[in-house]
Ligand binder design. Sequence first.
Ligand code: BGC
Length: 748
Amino acid sequence: MRIGKILPGCLLLLSLSSCSTMQENKDKVIENKIETLLSKMTLEEKIGQMNQISSLGNIEEMSVAIKKGEIGSILNEIDPVRVNALQRVAVEESRMGIPLLIARDVIHGFKTIFPIPLGQAATFNPAVAEEGARVAAIEASAVGIRWTFAPMIDIARDPRWGRIAEGCGEDTYLTAVMGAAMVKGFQGDSLNDPTAIAACPKHFVGYGAAEGGRDYNSTFIPERRLRNVYLPPFEAAAKAGAATYMTSFNDNDGVPSSGNEFILKQVLRKEWGFDGFVVSDWASIKEMIPHGFAADEKDAAMKAVNAGVDMEMVSYTYMTHLKDLIKEGKVKEDVVNEAVRNILRIKFRLGLFENPYVDEKRQSVMYAPEHLAAAKRAAAESAILLKNNGILPLKETVKTVAVVGPMADAPYEQMGTWVFDGDKAYTQTPLKAIQAQYGDKVNVIYEAGLDFSRDKNTTGIARAAAAAARADVVLAFVGEESILSGEAHCLADLNLQGAQSDLLAALAKTGKPVVTVVMAGRPLTIEKEVNQSAAVFYYFHPGTMGGPAIADLLFGKEVPSGKTPVTFPKMVGQIPVYYSHNNSGRPATRNEILLNDIPVEAGQTSLGCTSFYMDAGFDPLFPFGYGLSYTTFSYSNIKLASGTLKKDDVLKVTFDLENTGKYKGTEVVQLYVQDKVGSVTRPVKELKGFMRVTLQPGEKKSLSFELPVSELAFWNIDMKHVVEPGDFALWVAGDSQSGQEIAFKVGE
Ligand code: BGC
């Protein structure tokens, strides 16, 4: 992969083969430098490289440790002057002169905040993810940060889990594509560009499957499911050149990831050939003690280092115990040498030895106009139109709009979780944007109704309803404050918080059309509120430029194209609910009799005995991949170039897509496949491709997907990654629930 990265420059002068030779030579040069350094390092200095601290605040205190070679990396330093001061101690005053690696959680922007990753996933546009990560890298590297703990590519199928906000949702393929794009964006064309920051796909692995959606909880993912569902995004990140990986907090089937040799050595190193380094999560090595996997800190250090965790984040068990463990023969010095090689390799690739210092004058890149423009584009593409009775886009007949709700003017809250550095003073809210961009066209009345999303004080609701009564259309901004999602911020109840539901009911009662805009960190259970609204937009926290983007969407300057990256349940009790499930032996028919229609004293087996809920039925509120436009699209003429294929063939499906409505619009076309019969049961549908297509009103285009049959491979009964011959089905559609089934066969 790294060859690919240097290709463009090389191509000007050199052939492909000489280019890769150059890369190999470069690697050899780095490997030689690593060995030279390693041969001169004391054991203490080696262990120091494996130690990451969170900034202690006090430069003098940190300098003492850096000078002794006791720190390999620091997280949470964000002042370029301080970063340079600390770096100067490492480079000029420590014996080996090894530069520090400065790290920070730059998850969806540094200063300019992009939509949360779940929102970026809703764009189904890897270019958005790549650009977002690039902007984040340019801004973060300007203060000396050269390593981010992102992308988070945990598959999450439980919206109770607060960290669903940080990832790309429920789907393996979508997450793999978006995650790889983020890796490319963070790392740029070459790691040693001063604006490149090393990526760190996390959390390796299975963290999103926490039982009950409660953070840090145990997971029970068998190897086949791990390989088919949870590992592929991490493999895609490795192929995209990710420099580092982070282990996860969870224990999977009894083994905490920071002590899991199988995932770190067998899968990551042996099968994927990863040669960067692995960092623990925050104190996750020490936390193997409460897990009941390690007896004490020394045992924890031994288990983690032997499993393949190269660097320890903040819990100091390596610093305290590795030396003794080596003396006692419980850890081989070679294990430490290998960890240090991995860490130094990335420091060399980042160019830190040649250019350890950050240019303190680069601060003008923060909130650069082109960064704000990119954030606005991302926000606009991330908005999902869930319902529209025709009220949107707002027509010229609308003279007065009532802007209502606790999220209408909440600059901090709309940035979402994992924002440490974005300044709310730069956030453009929907209220401000509507006033600034459309205030000359409509009269804007603002009445929040509630002060914040959890507000239970209903006294303002009457004022909001009165404002609504004076308007032609109500724009109601509800959702979740930023603190309600993210790490450890899980919820057992996914209804709208506080009195927001009462607010929406009161607005609906005025008889005025209510356009509800939800801004949240996860899918919420909003069936009732959807029914009460004339139109609904769903915005996963959209970031700095969320306001201008939604204003343009509401007033029709932009046309929505976002699609749900995760299934929306009707009720919490349906969770886990995801499109790519396996079938039971008694699949729901959708003709089931639901609770209200069951006769009193009904016979015990009278309901059909299928797999459904008597109260919620079978279907979710909104399926995966769903989202409306202001225009409509029609699919026709779907044809396979050949209905019988061999394992090394490429499947080609052609189809016509027509814009049958009145607006220019973009459709996210999705390709789904089902393997009908396998040596193990297979999902009812799996996303295998997608494309964004923009069409003028009335325009029709002939399009195609090409899918190598090899991509139908899965980990089968023998735990082999193979394509099993047999019958398959395929759909080309605008979401995971619609489309016409087309059959094809794969032979031997
Ligand atoms: C989180 C990680 C994060 C780390 C450093 C941990 O609590 O789980 O995702 O990167 O802290 O801030």
